[in-house]
Design a protein around this ligand. Structure first.
Ligand code: PEP
Ligand code: MG
Length: 756
């Protein structure tokens, strides 16, 4: 009689338990297992094939000729058994000989059997063998029978791997035959490094499959589900602040699966059949994977990926291995492997051991990338499926300069990589040494090097960058990463976190620069879209017109800076009255705070960004009203040349080092100096050594740049004679050379300025 319920699978499991616990060699145990399965499933045949020397060898059989054991061998992919192992799929055939993949082996004597069911034996996600049953009469097997076979296969994999009966089982990898593999991904953070692969979320290997106490296992799963749901809900909450590693849509899917009744029911059924909690989770996961292979829909496959993640999480919770690899600690030079990471998660790792990160996802603008850049850890992203291609402990070579990753390198590959890495590291070591040194020119001019930032994590990593503070905190980032408008409370929390993390170092908050290309889905532009959004209703223009938004931000900033110095600047000021209006609005909010008996900031410094050329003509009026001026060269240069900063056709047409721009900047910097007001340059231009050298030549001494550029800029500054470049620059401005960039490069070479 065929199996009809979990109870019958349970009978097999109990029998298996006795076989496993009993004495005898692995071979004798396999012999007993095939007898047991055949008896319980009332099948004429039960056979076990194992993978050896890349072939599938008949290892044990009940019902086929015993002479065929260790004699019959099939290539991977050959025949029914070979195709089950090669593709990790299940076959359920009423008429085996009719199947196009059937091959007949005379020595087995299997011609008298019609029906055939086979499942792969999987160890650490790789097929290591096949378990098959055959019946004389033609019949299709019921789902419960197939599931019972899968459960047996799972228990067997433990025995087989433990006894090292198959290739590579010691390390748990069969796939790819273990040779070197080169993958190309997206370069996210430059640099070269090597180490051993460590999974950010460690894999749990199921060690015990058969339960001693089914009710206890059920309790374990229930409480793991509860914990997992709690975790997912917390992650979703964190995502609101942009600090979680996962994207919101992934979290949404996680949530859907975490609360999915079907999933927990299937795990429960597997527990009913006598499996441990871990084994039950794995069983259901294997079944899902098998289904996934049959579905050719990329969208669904992506969702299944999410379920797999969640299943791993559940497994880690149930087995008490909840922490990430950061919590366990790194034992050696490590290449961290993850689907994605949050900036906070990355910061938990021991910086001395963490050499590189490889991700299945990841993007250039992700905050984790910004943090990794600040930590000097190379990152390569967009390597789909890398968690299945790499094994824990594999040697991995990461080249963040080219975006390539080599797994299990040959000796030759490794030697050539080592040579290139030595060169690259020499350069980096020079930078590392410079990062913590003061930026002072050879003739003693102190230069302030601050960084541009946008989220709390940027502030958390400030110490690592070696910068003097945050010269531009783009507050609109919080709005851009949120699905809904962040309220005053959530702004307040962020600003406080940033100020706390920055400690004694100054932070300059720029009020919202939204609109234009930084459109927010939840904020309507209130009319038709402008043809040229960067010249449109954006930044302070929008903030002044929508003053409720600006008021809320002002209050959040004032409250966050209670007892500390608050530095605020307004973007895109085009005429002095805009500054006056913005400042007045801020000062009204100070009165509001006073009325409410709130602790006020110790001092408030107000600044304006010079991004619109017209403002340069009004500096005599504006400067006396300011505490500082900040030049945003990204916008300024696009307006000066009337050349859209996002248009690739214009990207190389005008140079930041053109005399027009340099003369303009000289005038602005000179005016600020004369008025005795500090001026900082905060566009991308100042993060490039040659351009920054030119800016120093114009009299600039304060910069706010991308964090990765701090060391190269400091190295340049420390090798530069400021008086010499200023004198030369004056001559060039009076009589521009044909090619200023070339002239500056040549000058730097002659004067041994470190340009990286
Ligand atoms: C700039 O325009 O130079 C600037 C620093 O601001 P953003 O890049 O955010 O527009
Ligand atoms: Mg700007």
């Amino acid at each position: 009689m065929p199996l009809t319920a979990a109870a019958s699978a349970r009978e097999i499991l109990t029998g298996l338990h006795d076989v496993m616990a009993g004495r005898g060699t692995a071979q004798s145990k396999l012999d007993r297992v095939v007898d047991l399965v055949a008896e319980k499933m009332e099948s004429e045949v039960c056979s076990i094939y194992l993978r050896r020397d890349n072939k599938l060898e008949l290892f044990a059989t009940h019902g086929l000729r015993k002479e065929a054991v260790h004699v019959t061998r099939l290539k991977m992919g050959e025949g029914l058994v070979g195709s089950i192992a090669a593709e990790g799929r299940i076959l359920n055939l009423a008429e085996a000989a009719g199947h196009h993949e059937f091959v007949y082996r005379a020595e087995t004597g299997e011609e008298s059997f019609h029906s055939f069911a086979g499942v792969p034996i999987i160890y650490r996600e790789s097929p290591i063998g096949v378990l098959a049953v055959q019946h004389a009469e033609p019949r299709r097997y019921a789902d419960v029978e197939i599931e019972a076979l899968q459960t047996v296969a799972m228990v067997l994999s433990e025995l087989i791997a433990g006894a090292r009966l198959v290739d590579g089982a010691r390390r748990g990898r069969i796939r790819g035959a273990g040779g070197p593999l080169r993958l190309m991904g997206l370069k996210l953070v430059a640099g070269m490094a090597k180490g051993q692969a460590v999974f950010h979320e460690p894999r749990v290997v199921v060690e015990h499959t058969v339960a001693d106490d089914t009710e206890a296992e059920r309790d374990r799963v229930y409480s793991a589900f509860r914990k997992m749901r709690e975790q997912i809900d917390n992650m979703a909450r964190e995502a609101e602040f942009g600090s979680a590693g996962e994207h919101e849509d992934i979290l949404e899917t996680y949530r859907m699966f975490a609360y999915d009744e079907g999933w927990s029911r299937r795990i429960n059924e597997a527990i009913d059949s006598g499996l441990t909690a871990e084994a039950a989770i794995e069983r259901v996961q294997q079944r899902t994977r098998a289904r996934m292979r049959e579905i050719d829909d990329p969208l669904l496959a992506e969702r299944m990926h999410d379920l797999e993640d969640l299943s791993n999480r559940l497994m880690r919770i149930v087995s008490g291995r909840m922490g990430t690899a950061a919590q366990t600690g790194l034992a050696h030079d490590t290449v961290l492997v993850a689907r994605n990471l949050g900036p906070a998660e990355l910061l938990e790792y021991d910086k001395r051991r963490l050499k590189a990160v490889v991700l299945e996802e990841g993007s250039l603008t992700a905050h984790m990338t910004i943090v990794a850049r600040a930590m000097g850890v190379p990152v390569v992203g967009r390597l789909p499926d890398v968690r299945h291609i790499v094994d824990e402990g594999d040697t991995v070579l990461v080249d963040g300069d080219s975006g390539s990753v080599i797994i299990r390198p040959s000796r030759t590959l490794q030697t050539s990589f080592d040579q290139r890495m030595a060169l690259s590291q020499k350069r980096r070591a020079q930078f590392d040494a410079v990062r913590s040194l003061p930026a002072e020119t050879t003739d003693g001019v102190p230069v302030s090097v601050m960084v541009n930032a946008g989220l709390a994590e940027d502030a958390a990593s400030l110490e690592l960058t070696g910068a003097d503070g945050i010269g531009l905190f783009r507050t609109e980032f919080q709005f851009l990463v949120s699905a809904t408008m962040p309220g005053r409370e959530s702004q307040l929390r962020l600003y406080k976190r940033v100020l706390d993390a920055a400690g004694d170092k100054p932070v300059v908050f720029r009020t919202l620069d939204i609109g234009g290309d930084k459109a927010l889905p939840y904020l309507s532009s209130g009319g038709e879209e402008a043809e040229n959004p960067s010249m449109g209703w954006r930044a302070l223009r929008l903030s002044l017109d929508r003053s409720t938004l600006m008021k809320a931000q002002a209050r959040a900033l004032i409250q966050a800076a209670a007892g500390r110095v608050l530095r605020v600047m307004f973007p895109m000021i085009s005429e002095p009255w805009e500054y006056e209006q913005a400042r007045a609005l801020f000062e009204e909010q100070v009165q509001w705070a006073e009325r409410g008996n709130r602790t006020l900031p110790r001092r408030i410094e107000f600044g304006a960004m010079l991004e619109v050329p017209a403002l340069a003509e009004m500096l005599d009026q504006l400067l006396p009203r300011l505490d500082f001026l900040s030049i945003g060269t990204n916008d300024l240069t696009q307006f000066l040349f009337a050349a859209d900063r996002g248009d690739p056709r214009l990207a190389d047409r005008y140079d930041w080092l053109s005399p027009a721009i340099l003369r303009f900047l000289k005038r602005v910097i000179g005016a600020a100096r004369q008025a005795g007001k500090p001026v900082r340059v905060c566009g991308e231009m100042s993060g490039r050594p040659l351009e920054c050298m030119a800016l120093i030549g114009l009299g600039a001494e304060n910069f706010s740049i991308t964090p990765a550029a701090v060391a190269p800029i400091k190295a340049m500054v420390r090798s530069l004679d400021a008086a010499a470049i200023r004198a030369r620059m004056d001559q060039w401005l009076a009589k521009p050379p044909n090619d200023t960039r070339k002239a500056l490069t040549e000058w730097a070479r002659r004067h041994r300025v470190a340009l990286g």
